[in-house]
Design a binder for this molecule. Structure first.
Ligand code: SAM
Length: 330
């Protein structure tokens, strides 16, 4: 294995999020406009071989955690082929997927068979009406069926359910989502709303913080903190009566940039060293121009050396990222 991949601030990069497509079959209000976005052309999107090659070069530098995302990753055709290729890549220890769950009832089996071992399903409401309001799709039952299907495979654990917390919307969902964490083998996590929506409607006042949600949950169910890995994005808690686990990802109220070990590859082959990057590093051009593995590795090291110290959401003059969440790969 070659030298570890370390950024200019001394953080070792261990984790890569790969966006396999910018397309999505949902239109979540906090992410995409109702009419969608202008999708990338077929040739602009990396092939599985190209993604696999970048992963291989990064795995050789110690990146051992790969998460597939999008857009909606399950709309990319033949996704299990990519999963198999990555699961078989030497050095890849942890392969996971983030999905809205709508196609999971059909795809859980082939994905597990291909080597997927962990899954995150996004779910913002357990009410049909409110689910349709936030996603602009009437698909709650299919997502719940997808989760049930995932549950059938004990290899696929933990199953995490991610909810974006928005003030004025999510408060009402908290009891039902906490119950879900108590009754089902799902770790439910609340994620603070970030200024990554394509409509640029984000306002600081709309961020319902993890601390506030925790207090609301504890009015009914006391929680006990569970130690988390230093690089973990989530604070973890178990219900004091032992009935399940819940987590809080608080990038706005409690930024965790100092322990960030992540980089991202967009569907069109751009490396981003922060969710909030204004700058991207083109990997597709050198890949397609015949660059060697060593040349790709040098480029990756150079990009990572310039990784941002932190996001600046809470600072005056904050400038939004150059793309929105679904185009980056959340
Ligand atoms: N389509 C897949 C899904 O729904 O999980 C993967 C891509 S989606 C962009 C990844 C995650 O980002 C989802 O959990 C989504 O809720 C979250 N997300 C999107 N926009 C967000 C925002 N403005 N703030 C916080 N999280 C956001």
């Amino acid at each position: 294995m070659s030298e570890p991949l370390v950024d200019g601030w001394g953080r070792e990069i261990k984790s890569l999020r790969v966006s396999v497509t910018d397309r999505c079959n949902f239109r979540c209000r906090y992410c995409m406009p109702a009419e969608g976005l202008e999708w990338l052309g077929r040739d602009e999107v990396l092939s599985f071989e190209e993604m696999g090659r970048i992963v291989r070069v990064l795995a050789d530098m110690g990146v051992d955690e790969i998460r597939l995302t999008g857009g909606e990753p399950l709309v990319r055709r033949e996704l299990p082929l990519l999963v198999r290729m990555l699961a078989e890549t030497p050095g890849v220890r942890d392969l996971s997927l983030t999905t809205n769950g709508i196609l999971l009832d059909r795809l859980a089996a082939p994905l597990v068979e291909a080597g997927l071992r962990r899954i995150n399903v996004s779910l913002d409401s357990l009410s049909h009406v409110r689910f349709a309001e936030i996603t602009r799709r009437d698909a709650l039952d299919r997502v719940l069926r997808g989760l049930e299907e995932a549950e059938r495979y004990p290899e696929l654990r933990p199953i995490k359910v991610n909810c974006v917390a928005i003030r004025g919307f999510t408060e009402e969902e908290i009891p039902a989502l906490a119950e879900l964490a108590r009754k089902k083998p799902y770790v439910v996590r609340f994620i603070e709303f970030m200024p990554l929506d394509a409509d640029e409607g984000w306002r600081e006042e709309e961020v319902l913080t993890g601390g506030e949600i925790r207090a609301l949950i504890e009015e009914r169910w006391p929680l006990v903190e569970v130690p988390a890995k230093p690089s973990s994005t989530a604070k973890r808690f178990r219900f004091a009566d032992g009935a399940g686990e819940i987590g809080f990802v608080n990038p706005v109220s409690e930024p965790f940039c100092s322990s960030c070990d992540r980089i991202r590859l967009t569907a069109d082959g751009q490396l981003r060293t922060c969710l909030f990057s204004r700058r991207e590093w083109d990997l597709k051009k050198p890949l397609r121009a015949g660059a060697s593995d060593d040349e790709l590795a040098d480029l990756l090291r150079w990009a990572v050396r310039h990784k941002e110290l932190k996001h600046r959401i809470n600072e005056p003059g904050f400038v939004r990222a150059s793309r929105s969440m679904s185009q980056i790969g959340g």
